[in-house]
Design a protein around this ligand. Structure first.
Ligand code: FAD
Ligand code: NAG
Ligand code: NAG
Ligand code: NAG
Ligand code: NAG
Ligand code: NAG
Length: 341
């Protein structure tokens, strides 16, 4: 049978990691990424890229945990290799702190990260406004390096990348057999999925190389995440707000909140502001769909809606999407064989 031609729509974290996963797992297919934005201009480029899952109420906890574990193990392997620096992956230790003692002292992901424990009294002295805390070591993906590395991996596997804006998925119908829809917030317009909405996030990227531990307020709103080149300070979570222009008042507010947690940040330099729209949904959409137009059919695998936690689960969900692509290839072979008879 002719090689199945697969188009992955989206060149953010989800599109590129899915394209690499497909090209690793399915040997005789061709994979092309089609997108209108590339690094450094995607939502994924704005993210801090910390591996700390966001609980997703509509997805069973065991599934979320499996996605997180697969992602953590996969990135640990990269981190423990000579590729680590180019891929932008490193370990980072730090503290998640709480003003009031949380109901759940150990979140579902506590045995996936390394060395999870309650903070000692002595450690807590650094945070006089907080009563309780958790110390652990996790991984961080630095974007854009990680996206650039994924794109390189895809090309090494024979994959291609095209810059193109799509109004409609059917535009790809003549050239591809299977479409994987990884368009993030773009799928609201593209797929007409009204379940997906933006959660606006504004962050500051600052130069403060002496900050080497992460600090995260348990509410997830205020955080300090040190990366390879700079420190990300956050943040905001504004539901249904689409504006991408930075708001100076919000920047001042974020900086103030972070300085309360880490006063040494007052002397941070080179402050830049970035805004991204998290593709929020009650659960990630991982689903096959056969679109029909007259007597034409189009095989689609949907893979979007990772909200504020895409980095934490991307490898696990990319593997599920790849499995759905394999099922589509099976269906394609059957219909081609039938056509031959
Ligand atoms: C401020 C902020 C901080 C974050 N911090 C973290 C964190 O620490 N840890 C974590 O796990 N997650 C974090 N996230 C969440 C994470 O960024 C997202 O879950 C993830 O980036 C989603 O990736 P994506 O590939 O689905 O979307 P995107 O990166 O937005 O990519 C979408 C792609 O689809 C393409 N596309 C869309 N529509 C069309 C169209 N019509 N035609 C052609 N192409 C199209 C775009 O061009 C783009 O290439 C954060 C998010 C924000 C905003
Ligand atoms: C892939 O290639 C192998 C060997 O060339 C062949 O046996 C197999 O049928 C091919 N699979 C598909 C999906 O084309
Ligand atoms: C990113 O966006 C800027 C500003 O719109 C543009 O000049 C640049 O070419 C874009 N980069 C890529 C890789 O698309
Ligand atoms: C790291 O890599 C080495 C050799 O490549 C391997 O022996 C070791 O088990 C790995 N450690 C972890 C924690 O994966
Ligand atoms: C995503 O899928 C929907 C169908 O559910 C389709 O209308 C839309 O065009 C697709 N988007 C892309 C970019 O393929
Ligand atoms: C942060 O790091 C990125 C590279 O990952 C770089 O492009 C950017 O200029 C840096 N910003 C600051 C403030 O250092």
């Amino acid at each position: 049978m002719a090689k199945p031609k697969i188009a992955v729509v989206g060149a953010g974290l989800i599109g590129l990691s899915t394209a690499v996963c497909i090209s690793d797992a399915i040997s005789n297919c061709s994979v092309t990424v089609v997108a209108d934005r590339f690094t450094p201009n995607t939502t994924s480029d704005v993210a801090a890229g910390m591996l700390i899952p966001h609980a997703c109420p509509d997805t069973p906890v065991h599934r979320q945990k499996q996605w997180f574990r697969e992602t953590f193990d996969h990135l640990s392997g990269i981190c423990n290799s000579s590729e680590a620096s180019e891929a932008g992956i490193h370990l980072v230790s730090g503290w998640q702190i709480f003003k009031t003692i949380p109901d759940e002292k150990a979140p579902f992901w506590s045995d996936v990260v390394l060395g999870f424990r309650s903070m000692t009294e002595k450690e807590l002295k650094k945070f006089p406004h907080h009563k309780y805390g958790q110390a652990f070591t996790t991984l961080k993906c630095n974007c854009p390096p990680y996206l650039i590395w994924l794109e390189k991996r895809l090309k090494e596997n024979g994959g291609q990348v095209h810059s193109r804006h799509l109004e409609d998925l059917w535009e790809l119908h003549n050239d591809y057999d299977i479409i994987v829809n990884c368009s993030g917030i773009g799928s609201r317009k593209l797929v007409g999925d009204l379940e997906i909405y933006p959660t606006r996030g504004q962050v500051l990227k600052v130069h403060a190389p002496w900050v080497t531990h992460f600090i995260r307020d348990g509410d997830g709103l205020t955080y300090i995440y040190p990366g390879m080149h700079n420190v990300t300070l956050g943040g905001t979570r504004q539901k249904d707000i689409w504006t991408l222009s930075p708001d100076p008042k919000t920047s001042k507010n974020i900086f103030g909140r972070c300085c309360v947690l880490e006063p040494s940040l007052r002397t941070a330099r080179d402050i830049t502001v970035r805004v991204g729209l998290r593709p929020s949904r009650s659960s990630v959409r991982l689903q096959k769909e056969i679109l029909v137009r007259g007597n034409e059919k189009l095989l689609v695998v949907h893979h979007y809606g990772h909200g504020g936690g895409g980095f934490s689960v991307h490898q696990g969900t990319a593997r599920e999407a790849t499995q759905l692509v394999k099922e589509c290839i099976g269906a394609l072979e059957m219909s081609r064989n039938r056509a031959k008879l």
